[in-house]
Design a protein. Structure first.
Length: 121
């Protein structure tokens, strides 16, 4: 089932299928569905893996630690404020970032027809 071109970034941000743009790409907060409910695309066949997580760890670590240092050295709040603020913010940004990263990688793999390498016999 071919449909019109779907913008990979729009599909990724909306969490939709990269082929039809209608079916949901996620079964949970960060778990991809096996197949698109609208066009039956085999999403399990794509190798999204942990690629987005590696970049996300470095990026979020830089942002969270930078903000924590800015808050500590700029305002000197009590320790419990740090304990209440940073863990939930880190968890929320990680889940959001993984959703976006996984769905962008999925959409780009679909657009560029990425697949495992095959040797010619």
């Amino acid at each position: 089932m071919e449909t019109g071109p779907v913008d990979p970034v729009r599909a990724a941000i909306a969490g939709r299928c990269p082929r039809c743009g209608k079916g949901k790409a996620f079964a949970g907060p960060i778990k991809l569905v096996a197949r698109c409910s609208a066009c039956d695309l085999d999403i399990d066949g794509f190798n999204v893996g942990d690629g987005p997580a590696a970049f996300l760890i470095f990026g979020l670590g830089f942002i969270i630690v930078g903000l924590a240092m800015w808050l500590e050295f700029g305002f000197g709040p009590p320790w419990w404020l740090h304990a209440l603020l940073w863990p939930p913010l880190t968890i929320l940004l990680t889940i959001f970032g993984l959703r976006i990263g996984k769905s962008i990688l999925l959409a780009l793999e679909y657009k560029h027809e990425a697949a495992e390498g095959r040797l010619k016999s």
